[in-house]
Write a protein that binds this ligand. Sequence first.
Ligand SMILES: [Zn+2]
Length: 257
Amino acid sequence: MAGKICIICGKEKRSNQLLRHKNLLLDDKFSICRDCANEVADFDKEESVIEMAQLANLPFVKNLYIDVKRNSKNPDFGKYLKKLAPYKKFQTFSDSVFTTDNATETVDITPELERRWGKDYTEEEYAYFESVLQGLMVIKPATTAFEIQRYVANVKLKDAFDTALKEGDPKAIAALRKAYSDDSKDLGFDAVLSGNDDSGKSLTERIQKCELTEPVPDDDRYKDAEGLEKYIKKWFFLSMKKTLGLASEKEVEILNE
Ligand SMILES: [Zn+2]
């Protein structure tokens, strides 16, 4: 027998049709096929995606689930696994993260959320921003108001990039891809996200080294969070949007103030 039998549909499948599962109870003869995995994991039903992850002994990570659900036209388990692949810390089902801490799929719009992200987003958009932010916090916790603002700018950059991808504007895609990747690199997320860190050091080790060797920020410099938020919004995010022709009239007005 050349292939393996899928334990869901019972059909014989070639190796390229099979999931790279980590269920050690399945022996050489049996596996799970990609088609079945995509069919069983319904991205409108979180529980079904968790069950598929459990069967395949692969991690369920809520932030990534929401990311796929929101950003893919036809979300399926294969796309979810692609999102998962770069994260070395997520290997088996026991590494699963079932919550997004403060973030849920919808949130109540509070003044705090509006201060952080700006006004005029939908509940779903705020919830998505928060979930991506929480994802960054899991990788590298932000400790100062300034760092949080940098993360917020990074999340918005990601969102602008995702929007450009959806709309298929090649000029915006190229510019935003570079801006997002440079910004992520600046924040130290590149090693985690690329999964290809040839420095031989884990991100944690690099952060620890940085904390030991870099000067500790003087807290007073970061107390004016509101001022920094305005500064970053105006000179980083808005000016980039304007350059890319993505800024609204109102936003261009702010820039010209
Ligand atoms: Zn199957």
